[in-house]
Design a protein around this ligand. Structure first.
Ligand code: ACO
Length: 323
């Protein structure tokens, strides 16, 4: 018998405010056509007055619990992937714990920017495999609208807000790639690239700061590193491109998604794409895409799913799982 971290439920929350590309044309030297053709993004959701990273994360967790048919008392641990926690501390995860009414277990944040959700999934998997928790709520939640420089057309048109959650449970498997659950993970970072993508604020400046990105430089790293990490995780899982039912990539840019799928030898018909409706929601993008794909009827029980993501750090990684 091999212990596996199996997906029991998935859910998401998107704030009510939807902003179409054309809305930026009034305040910036940009066009719907530029944004769509360069990034694939058509619209995004932005937090309203009443939405925070923790409130959206809580709503996504509640949806995942409902999907799993379980309740708050069944959660042993909460891991929240975010770079936009409500406050410097306490963690978004402990805020979610309180908002859910959970009075036991433990909760903590993982910060790996857009790669945050694959880092959080990998850490949750390790908690389960090491026996520290049986059921873990893994959440990606972001309010990137709070760290946008609204005068910078090269970044503010690309990002959105939202949250997604996946509820994992320890189950016995046979130790083969036919098992349900997380089959393999691969994590990487290279801190030499910090200037490609960062926020120019924090405790050293006394401000929360704004996102700064050399988009075309990040782009250069993205396809190669994403395909490479996906291949590493697939090799570890003992699966090939032909076995993959769905690639669920980080939703930053349709051209990165297409380039990576091509390098992975997976046709676009087997890639989940939500970037047109959500924009880049950083750590929330993969769980949002997983939940959306389930709602669309794309991902079915038993499907082999490969997730991959890259973001500030640079940090990147991949998780292979059978739903
Ligand atoms: N509207 C019109 N023109 C624009 C806009 C805009 N909104 N933004 C930039 N431009 C201009 C630039 O000024 C530049 O003009 P110039 O040639 O006169 O200097 C021109 O468009 C081309 O700019 P590039 O940055 O070279 O355009 P590119 O084709 O690379 O697309 C983009 C830009 C969409 C940002 C792309 O590089 C990208 O998606 N990069 C990767 C982003 C990413 O994956 N980030 C990682 C995750 S995010 C995270 O971790 C937080």
């Amino acid at each position: 018998m091999t212990l596996r971290a199996v997906v029991r439920g998935v859910g998401h929350f998107l704030p009510a405010r939807v902003v179409e590309n054309a809305e930026f044309e009034a305040s910036l030297d940009t066009t719907d056509e530029w944004i769509k053709s360069r990034s694939g993004i058509e619209r995004r959701h932005f937090a309203t007055e009443s939405d925070t990273t923790s409130s959206m994360a809580t709503a996504a967790a509640q949806a995942a619990l409902k999907d799993a048919g379980m309740d708050v008392d069944d959660i042993d641990a909460i891991v929240v992937a975010t770079s936009t926690a409500d406050l410097t501390f306490p963690s978004a995860a402990t805020m979610v714990q309180a908002q859910l009414g959970m009075e036991r277990g433990f909760a903590f944040d993982v910060q790996a920017v857009c790669a945050g959700f694959v880092y959080a999934l990998s850490n949750a998997n390790a908690l389960i495999l090491s026996g520290q928790a049986e059921r873990v709520m893994v959440i990606g939640a972001e309010t990137f609208s709070k760290i946008m420089d609204w005068t910078d057309r090269s970044t503010c048109v690309l990002f959105g807000d939202g949250a997604g959650a996946v509820f994992l449970e320890a189950q016995d498997g046979a130790g083969t790639s036919a098992d349900r659950g997380i089959l393999a993970t691969d994590l990487n970072s290279d801190g030499r690239h910090r200037d490609l993508l960062y926020v120019d604020g924090g405790v050293s400046t006394g401000t929360s700061g704004y996102l700064r990105m050399q988009g075309n430089q990040v782009f250069r790293h993205a396809v190669e590193k994403l395909a490479s990490t996906a291949h590493t995780a697939m090799d570890r899982a003992g699966v090939t491109a032909d076995d993959v039912t769905w690639v669920v990539p980080h939703q930053a840019n349709i051209r990165i998604i297409q380039g990576t799928a091509k390098k992975m030898n997976v046709p676009m018909e087997r890639v989940v794409v939500t970037v047109q409706d959500h924009g880049n929601t950083s750590a929330a993008s993969i769980p949002l895409a997983l939940s959306t794909a389930r709602a669309r009827g794309q991902i079915k029980d038993g499907d082999l799913v490969v997730t991959e993501a890259i973001g500030g750090g640079l940090a990147w990684g991949s998780v292979v799982l059978r739903w």
